[in-house]
Ligand binder design. Structure first.
Ligand SMILES: Nc1nc2c(ncn2[C@@H]2O[C@H](COP(=O)(O)OP(=O)(O)O)[C@@H](O)[C@H]2O)c(=O)[nH]1
Ligand SMILES: [Mg+2]
Length: 309
């Protein structure tokens, strides 16, 4: 990309009370580090910024400190600076600290008001976080109660997600945030759909390097038996292997299961393409592995030229 070319940028705010889990979420999804349950707690002072390039758009994540003094400043004297140019707001609530919920609601409402004023087109995600701490039997009820409470009096669309850093949920939720903030879903999804239609694939997904799915296309009915976590475990192993190798160039990896061939292509931009091909369909079409590789390569160069232009 030319130095003078104007980069697309996008601002994502992560807000919520202190200890709701904001910094941990960011660490997990940008660095892939899962915290141990007895890590020391470090409060975020003021705010921290983290940059991430997704599909040619530079995303800036603002992790806003959750102490009352900071929240009052962000929604008060600093509100124009904080809430201007925002593409996506992620508001994190602790699902277990119900006693704090009215304070969370107070800052959510205030943030929505400021967002309405300075970034009226922003999309709003609510993470009902730490769901791992809710007993299974109560999960639906707790989720609904919090959801109803936070939606009271809000006219804008809120997208609710139940999240925990100890499951895939946080990757899926942040994948949606990235996709929304970068505009990737609109541009990438049709590409994947075309690929699936013209090749023997029945599964296609684009991941960030840390394993957050950016967009996916699949024929769900056919692979209920493949859970994202299985794929992710496998994916983690590959990511680790690559991280430890000196060669940071783009690479492809092929894996076979009983019924499917998977090809993963890591791109220099930090995205990874993931395709699944049913062996049966490959046999029907008399499709050979080298030719599959070539098709994935061709797709990857097409994608590369698209996101760099
Ligand atoms: N059980 C559980 N604990 C979490 C989760 N996410 C974060 N935490 C813990 O919650 C505490 C506060 O997290 P932190 O990210 O620092 O909160 P912040 O103040 O909003 O940035 C830390 O002890 C984290 O380990 C989660 O999904 N489940
Ligand atoms: Mg923090």
């Amino acid at each position: 990309m030319s130095y003078l070319a104007r980069k697309k940028t996008s601002k994502i705010l992560i807000l919520g009370l202190a200890r709701s889990g904001k910094s941990t979420i960011i660490r997990v999804v940008t660095e892939g580090i899962i915290p141990s349950k007895d890590d020391d707690y470090h409060a975020t002072i003021d705010y921290e910024r983290k940059q991430k390039v997704i599909a040619g758009t530079e995303l800036t994540l603002f992790d806003l400190g959750g102490q009352t003094a900071f929240l009052d400043r962000f929604t008060g004297e600093l509100s124009e600076f904080i809430f201007s140019g925002v593409r996506t707001l992620v508001f994190v609530v602790d699902s277990i600290e119900i006693k704090d919920i009215s304070r969370a609601k107070y800052y959510l409402d205030l943030s929505l008001k400021k967002l309405g004023q300075f970034s009226p087109d922003a999309s709003i995600f609510i993470f009902q976080h730490k769901t791992d701490l809710i007993p299974k039997k109560l999960q639906d009820e707790v989720r609904k109660t919090i959801r109803d409470y936070l939606s009271t009096g809000v006219s804008r669309q809120l997208k609710f997600y139940s999240t925990s850093v100890f499951s895939d949920s946080v990757f899926k939720a942040m994948g949606d945030v990235y996709a929304e903030a970068s505009g990737a879903r609109k541009t990438l999804r049709p590409l994947l759909e075309t690929f699936i239609r013209h090749n023997a694939a029945d599964m296609a997904q684009i991941f960030t390097k840390e394993g957050a799915p950016l967009t996916q296309v699949d024929d769900i009915s056919k692979f209920d038996h493949i859970s994202l976590s299985e794929v992710k475990n496998f994916f983690d192993a590959v990511v680790e292997r690559l991280a430890n190798s000196e060669n940071q160039k783009s690479t492809s990896v092929l894996v076979e299961s009983d019924h499917r061939v998977f090809i993963i292509r890591f791109m220099e931009s930090g995205l990874a393409l993931f395709f699944g091909f049913p062996k049966e369909r490959l046999r029907e079409k008399n499709e050979q592995i080298p030719s599959l590789y070539n098709k994935v390569l061709a797709f990857s160069s097409q994608l590369k030229s698209m996101i760099e232009s």
